[in-house]
Design a protein. Structure first.
Length: 341
């Protein structure tokens, strides 16, 4: 498969939410391509441990800041990636008002910052804009089936509002904006207690607890390995012609939650029971991306098979959570000399 060619020019890039699971992998990838990276994070759900290995890198800087507050950043930047928002239901429902404002006020602040620098802007949106979909698989032309008053609305509607802001900036020709609709993503550096399907099941299995499957387990998801997703984000940011439409990024392989639980149990070789719990409110029944647009515009498709990605993820959790290494990494990362406050 032909990949988007790497650019030789060294760019200055902001990654908001760069200490999170996905954001930290994006920072790694951008630095590996030779760019300068400013990571902005309030560490509400991001982790110092995720970026601690980068803090002595000559082209990496870290600014501790909430994007809901006005942003004053020195220098000019070529690109801004906005990944700053809690992404798992327990995290974004813990303070739903702040989640909504992160998506609205925070995105507005970053757009204003990008406009001052004349920077290209990429918004990390979500498959949750499709809600509990009545169309399957979900293509970008589908307008969604979202509850605007339910417990997930702070995230679902917040991301929809952020998309609207980006496309208004685009239509007004104020800056070049791109919108990625991200489907379920997994891999190393997921928080063990973030409430997401794969991290939940893997940690439960490794610690000998029963595997929790919500509902009957017949609801489906499509899981994309983190390196594939990061490659898609960079491809969307770097494609020369602005797509002027949202682009789905995810893995079109669909499987049930029950199947995932069985796979995790088998791959961890743990003799643990699978138990059922009540299905959360507004939990989508089916989720699978139509990635025809990404294939056509970006020449992008996921490459890491689910079993291979799960093996890498399980190995990481075995090394960092089961033996307590993650806690030691977090404590060690507390002393970062180049964190701006």
């Amino acid at each position: 498969m032909r990949r988007i060619a790497e650019q030789k020019t060294v760019k200055s890039i902001i990654v908001a939410g760069g200490a999170g699971f996905l954001g930290s992998h994006l920072c790694d990838a951008l630095l590996a391509r030779g760019h300068r990276v400013l990571c902005i994070d309030n560490f509400l759900t991001g982790s110092f441990a995720n970026v601690a290995p980068l803090c002595n890198h000559p082209r990496f800087s870290l600014l501790e800041r909430d994007i809901c507050e006005p942003l004053a950043v020195d220098g000019r930047y070529d690109e801004v990636y906005n990944l700053a928002c809690p992404a798992s239901p327990p995290s974004y429902q813990a303070d739903p008002v702040h989640t909504m404002m992160t998506n609205v006020s925070g995105t507005a602040n970053l757009l204003a910052l990008a406009e001052r620098s004349k920077a290209r802007f990429l918004q990390a949106s979500t498959s949750e804009v499709y809600g509990d979909p009545e169309v399957h698989p979900q293509a970008e032309t589908y307008c969604g089936h979202v509850s605007c008053t339910g417990p997930r609305a702070c995230y679902d509607e917040g991301k929809r509002a952020a998309e609207a802001l980006c496309f208004d900036y685009q239509r007004m020709k104020r800056i070049d904006t791109r919108v990625a609709r991200i489907f379920n993503t997994y891999g190393p550096r997921m928080q063990p207690d973030d409430g997401r399907v794969i991290s939940n099941l893997v940690v439960q299995a490794l610690t000998g607890r029963k595997l929790t499957v919500y509902g009957k387990g017949d609801q489906t998801r499509s899981f994309c390995y983190v390196s594939d997703l990061v490659r898609g984000l960079i491809a969307l940011m770097e494609v020369a012609e602005n797509p002027e439409v949202p682009v789905n990024l995810g893995n079109p392989r669909e499987c049930s939650i029950a199947e995932i639980a069985e796979l995790v149990r088998s791959m961890t070789a743990r003799r643990v029971e699978i138990v059922n719990a009540p299905l959360p409110v507004d939990d989508p029944k089916r989720r699978r991306p139509d990635i025809a647009r990404a294939r056509s515009l970006l020449r992008w498709a996921p490459e890491v098979p689910l079993e291979e990605g799960l093996r890498r993820t399980i190995d990481w959790f075995e090394q960092t959570v089961a033996d307590g290494t993650e806690r030691r990494r977090a404590r060690a990362a507390g002393n970062l000399a180049n964190v701006w406050s």
